[in-house]
Design a protein around this ligand. Structure first.
Ligand SMILES: [Zn+2]
Length: 335
């Protein structure tokens, strides 16, 4: 932009275009609509069960029947897509539940596609919820401690993504942050004939303290150590761009930045640099902080939620993954 072409006071008065709502809307640079929203949902086996998650008010672990009910209500409100996480009955050291054809996510996908066919079903592809140790990959224990092995994990991730595709998922979303996993998944999907299955990669996923409440929701807290050897280090922005470039080269169709609000600079740089469809994940603590402050009467929940989502859009995000998706869709509809 050429700032010399901008007018100067008193000839130019920016307040002229702020005089009425209709005028402000006319010159609004960023639109927020329900079309961009994705609602994350947690499914576990059972019937008529909605298990509350203490640190995420309004979010539940849902039995499949309740999952369908919640997903249908969100879809009715205008939310076009859900992102599915599974909580299996049993865990082991091979994450067998992640790629079982009758696994919790695979069953839930079939059910959702049958009961709410117009709803896009995105599946989180990872192993942590299914591993007894809670890490996102195969763990090798040594005298010096434990290591998460990269290359052997890729096979299991590819198998998991393929099982989601076979169940009827619309998009698979690998969240593990192993190197090379997008390529491994693309190859496996193509080999099985799923050449049209889009991959939404968690490309720049930071090792963030904002994930705290989620670990309770997905029951995926690591039993030892942390995820800093595979998730990104929060100070690094240039590295985030390299991660995104790698995932795009390996076949990602959509790239994600996670968390969202504390990483708007990364969203902006990813969108500006690559121009690919970009998703922002407003993570559990972002949601929890707004809910907690609103419950205390300190902030206006509706206004703060919508302004936060707008900020992600303004930074360049096309897709907004948020626990407030259904409420936001209703608020946006009400105008
Ligand atoms: Zn994981």
């Amino acid at each position: 932009m050429n700032w010399h072409a901008a007018g100067q006071f008193p000839v130019y008065r920016p307040r002229r275009l702020r005089q009425s709502p209709v005028l402000r809307r006319l010159v609004s640079e960023t639109q927020l609509s329900a079309d961009h929203l994705v609602l994350p949902l947690f499914v576990r086996s059972g019937r008529r069960t909605r298990r509350p998650i203490a640190a995420m008010p309004g979010v539940f672990q849902l039995s499949p029947d309740e999952l369908v009910r919640t997903a249908a209500q969100a879809h009715q409100a205008g939310v076009p897509a859900v992102l599915l996480f599974g909580i299996p009955d049993t865990k082991d050291d091979r994450a067998s539940g992640a790629y079982a054809s009758q696994g919790i996510v695979q069953r839930a996908v079939r059910l959702l596609k049958r009961e709410v066919p117009q709803l896009l079903v995105i599946t989180d592809v990872c192993l942590c919820e299914y591993m007894a140790h809670g890490h996102c990959g195969i763990v090798q224990r040594t005298e010096a401690g434990a290591r998460v092995l990269n290359d052997p994990t890729l096979k299991l991730l590819a198998r998991t993504a393929a099982s989601h595709a076979e169940a009827g998922a619309d998009i698979v979303a690998p969240s593990d942050m192993m190197d090379g996993r997008v390529g491994a998944i693309r190859q496996q999907l193509d080999k099985l004939g799923f050449t049209e299955m889009p991959i939404l990669s968690y490309a720049a996923k930071f090792a963030s303290a904002f994930y705290g409440p989620f670990r309770e929701a997905a029951e995926s807290a690591p039993k030892f150590g942390d995820r800093r050897s595979y998730q990104m280090d929060p100070p690094n922005a240039a590295e985030a761009l390299r991660e995104v470039a790698l995932d795009l080269q390996e076949g990602a169709d959509i790239v994600m930045v996670k968390p969202a609000l504390a990483y708007l600079d990364i969203i902006y740089r990813v969108k500006t640099q690559f121009g690919y469809p970009t998703a922002a994940y407003a993570v559990s603590a972002e949601h929890a902080m707004i809910r907690a402050a609103a419950a205390n009467g300190w902030i206006d929940e509706r206004a703060v939620t919508l302004e936060s989502l707008l900020a992600m859009r303004r930074a360049g995000a096309d897709i907004l993954i948020t626990y407030a998706a259904a409420e936001a869709a209703r608020w946006l509809k009400a105008g």
